[in-house]
Design a protein around this ligand. Structure first.
Ligand code: GLA
Length: 633
């Protein structure tokens, strides 16, 4: 249970005698809390059956994809997970609860006694130097049982036999899938918690056993986020137990619901940030937006997942290579999982060249795990900047629109010096160019240009925290009441079309911690001073920074941000090193000038930044700014 969701007993007792419920303030932890379980030190790469085949998947199709990954050299480039999505199951055997595989489409899974096993299948993949992934649901039923009712591959039998999800069988299934069958990766969906309401038409028509929804897609307030988190945490614990070698990936797939933006990193290797991608430009925008401003929540071992790639279909097919390259570039910039979902047995060279762009794969797979920061933001064009482990930058200039757009790239977008030469190397064409200060581009409709950058750092003797989001763990972002993020592109719902009054903001996350902007997307500003670099967060927050590089000091200019909705709180900023208080400001108020805070980090590995103030449970948030927050040599 998170501190912030928990009213301390004492606070509750105070509330009994006074009308004001005091909110618990976070405290320094002294140890690095970002979990290290699982094998996804870099974003998982591979292939997934869903966008290519939906439930009409079979063994030949999957093995064909696996063979192509090897033959086309994609496996060597990192695409090693071969993930079987929905459609593989026949039923849950009632005598012992064991899951039975549909051997009609996976013939190698047949055993003489009908027990069925994927061991032969995973052995073959492992023999090819690949890894194997499987799909399940955290509830009793899976998504195809709600959304692919025409499918020939739906679970069969009684209502109980058709309960193929993990609920009630977590350890049994996880042990079967990992210890017995030898899988390395699991995607855990959540339709079972959302779509099988007792008494609903779906449940009545199909004779399912209903489950009172714990996820209400249209309402974060009616979603039981703590319950959903607890269900996924139970899966995480079973995975840990079944995989003493730590070689597993846990892909959470609850489509950005239940406030997973906040807890996904503590539970899984990756978590979906939105609903399913479709092969449409606006769907790609929607899924991209759902992850693009969550950089501080991702890092080595835990990744935002805007969904599998749709390169090769619809707006991203061979007639739309500009769009296909943009899709791939954006996913790489965001350190997203790269999962091809195309019938690779017949992939044209033009698409293989996109998935196989080694320079962009290296951007995605950079070990520092710094998801790109948005250095220039608008609904028309964006400039994304990613800092690589060796300190150099990669920049992407993204035209979101169907018209040409002019973009000026400034040295300051890159946090590079404006009076020294900057070299750009195009990661698609490989051509190089040089500029000083500022340069311009004409982006074609939907085009993204992406460059590796060499130049002189603005901050030669250190690094801004906003350059190293992968080294930051947001323990507590101060969000008390989850709010839907209104900044995500609202596409026309591909399933409902315009048969509703509108496409609404639906993913909680508004107000989360941000690099170089406030939690609500404003310029960082304290008193009258604004900051290009810094961390924007709400009050009563705790951020951890991993100081593996051994920086000697921390400096920032801190205060209550000029955009704060609540103005009358005094905020204390404190810096801890491995649990020891290193520096603290006096209480600072709205309107106060920025206050310098410096801390001697000598030898400290885990730096913690706390901003705390008195608060009641239901008041509006206080926005605070760690201006120009930086680590210095
Ligand atoms: C959900 C998931 C998809 C896919 C399907 C399978 O919609 O989000 O990625 O796994 O279920 O039915």
């Amino acid at each position: 249970m998170k501190l912030k969701t928990q009213l301390l007993l004492a606070s509750v007792m105070v509330a009994l005698v006074s009308p004001v419920a005091v909110f618990a303030q976070p405290m320094a932890k002294g140890v690095w809390l970002a979990p290290s379980a699982g094998a996804a030190k870099t974003p998982p790469m591979g292939w997934n059956s869903w966008n290519a085949f939906r439930t009409e998947v079979d063994e030949d199709k999957v093995m064909g994809a696996a063979q192509a990954l090897v033959d086309e050299g994609l496996a060597k480039k990192g695409y090693i997970y071969v993930n079987l999505d929905d459609g593989w199951w026949q039923k849950r055997r009632q005598s012992d609860g064991r899951m039975i595989i549909r051997t009609r489409i996976f013939p190698s899974a047949a055993t003489p006694d009908g027990t069925t096993s994927f061991r032969g299948f995973t052995d073959r993949l492992h023999g090819m130097g690949l890894k194997a992934g499987l799909y399940t649901d955290v509830g009793h039923n899976a998504c195809s049982q709600a959304f692919d009712l025409h499918s020939p591959n739906l679970p069969e039998g009684t209502a109980e036999e058709r309960q193929v999800g993990l609920a009630g069988h977590v350890s049994q299934d996880i042990n079967l899938y990992f210890s017995d069958w030898g899988f390395d990766y699991i995607k855990v969906d959540a339709c079972g918690l959302a779509d099988f309401a007792p008494g609903s038409q779906l449940v009545k028509d199909n004779g399912y056993i209903g489950l009172e929804p714990e996820i209400e897609r249209a309402s974060i307030n009616r979603t039981d986020s703590a319950r959903v988190e607890a269900r996924y945490a139970e899966v995480a614990a079973a995975l840990k137990q079944a995989n003493p070698d730590n070689d597993y990936v846990f892909s959470i797939c609850n489509w950005g619901m239940a406030n997973v933006r906040e807890w996904g990193k503590d539970v899984g290797s990756s978590w979906r940030t939105s609903s399913d991608i479709t092969p449409n430009w606006t769907s790609m925008l929607h899924n991209y937006d759902s992850a693009a401003k969550r950089a501080l929540y991702a890092g080595p071992g835990h990744w935002n997942d805007p969904d599998i790639l749709y390169i090769g279909a619809g707006d991203f097919d061979t007639d739309h290579l500009t769009e296909a390259r943009t899709h791939f570039t954006l996913w790489a910039m965001m350190s997203s999982p790269l999962l091809i979902s195309y019938d690779l047995r017949k992939a044209p060279q033009s698409l293989l060249d996109i998935w196989g762009n080694a320079d962009l794969i290296a951007v995605d797979q950079d070990p520092a795990g710094n998801q790109a920061i948005i250095a220039y933001d608008s609904d028309d064009a964006q400039i994304l900047v990613k800092t690589m482990a060796d300190g150099h930058k990669v920049v992407a200039l993204f035209n979101r629109t169907a018209s040409p757009v002019k973009v000026s790239l400034l040295a300051s977008h890159l946090k590079l010096k404006g009076d020294a030469a900057i070299t750009l190397t195009d990661l698609w064409s490989k051509t190089a160019s040089t500029f000083t200060g500022e340069t311009g581009f004409d982006l074609a409709p939907h085009e993204t240009r992406v460059f590796s950058v060499q130049g002189a750092r603005e901050l030669a003797e250190g690094v801004y925290l906003s350059e190293i989001p992968g080294a930051i763990n947001v323990v507590d972002d101060g969000v008390k009441t989850p709010e839907a993020d209104p900044s995500i592109h609202r596409m026309i719902d591909p399933w409902a079309g315009t048969r509703s009054s509108g496409s609404r903001p639906q993913y909680a996350g508004w107000g989360g911690a941000q690099a170089d902007t406030t939690p609500y997307g404003q310029t960082l500003q304290i008193g009258g001073q604004s900051f290009d670099s810094g961390i924007g967060v709400l009050g009563n927050s705790l951020l951890q920074v991993k100081n593996e590089a051994g920086y000697r000091s921390f400096r920032a200019l801190v205060g209550v941000d000029a955009s704060t909705p609540l103005r009358d709180r005094a905020v204390t900023f404190a810096v801890y090193g491995d649990g020891k208080l290193l520096a603290r400001t006096p209480p600072l108020k709205f309107g106060d000038a920025p206050r310098e805070i410096t801390a001697d980090l000598s030898g400290h590995k885990v730096i913690e930044l706390l901003a705390t103030h008195d608060s009641t449970a239901d008041e509006r948030p206080v926005v605070v700014t760690w201006g120009a927050a930086r680590l210095l040599k």
